[in-house]
Design a protein around this ligand. Structure first.
Ligand code: HEC
Length: 136
């Protein structure tokens, strides 16, 4: 019995740690929200270049314009929608942040230029597109 107590503590500790790590991401059980989950990622990592006045790549990702500039909007670098609701593979936005754009004839660099998007944020974008890219 005495030998088991530390083991139990370790198991609980690992369990707690992984729960805490996961708490930063939206739980898999609820649908993602554009306002709550997607916009903050674009604000933090993208809007510095994709802003309203002279947006880089001709793309504004500021809160008031991001949705209409992404969803069902053709890319200017390739014949593909920036976001094709329900289809991350055919969404240029996802290819640009995953770095798979060149493989389908896309141009330019992986986004964000000069930075790195956390894998959890890439997953959030991908899942939001898979769930139909809702404006919610
Ligand atoms: C340091 C500036 C900079 C940052 C930060 C940045 N971008 Fe870009 N983005 C550009 C430039 C410049 C281009 C055009 C050249 C290229 O594609 O490499 C571009 C192009 C794009 C395109 C292609 C537009 C089209 O019409 O197809 C997408 C999509 C895009 N960016 C998304 C993002 C996303 C999402 C983020 C944040 C995760 C981001 N960018 C962060 C500068 C930036």
């Amino acid at each position: 019995m005495r030998a088991r107590a530390p083991l139990l503590g370790a198991v609980l500790g690992i369990g707690l740690t992984s729960t805490m790590l996961m708490a930063a991401n939206p739980p898999a059980s609820r649908p993602l929200s554009f306002q709550r989950d997607v916009l903050p990622i674009l604000q933090t990592n993208c809007a510095v270049c994709h802003q309203n006045l002279g947006p880089m790549g001709g793309l504004t990702l500021e809160p008031d314009e991001a949705y209409e500039n992404l969803v069902d909007m053709p890319s200017m670098e390739i014949e593909m929608q920036r976001v094709e609701p329900g289809d991350p593979e055919r969404s240029y936005l996802i290819r640009k942040v995953e770095g798979t754009h060149a493989g389908v004839g896309g141009k330019g660099l992986t986004m964000p230029i000069g930075g790195v998007l956390a894998p959890a944020d890439v997953q959030t974008l991908r899942r939001w597109v898979s769930e139909g890219a809702k404006n919610n």
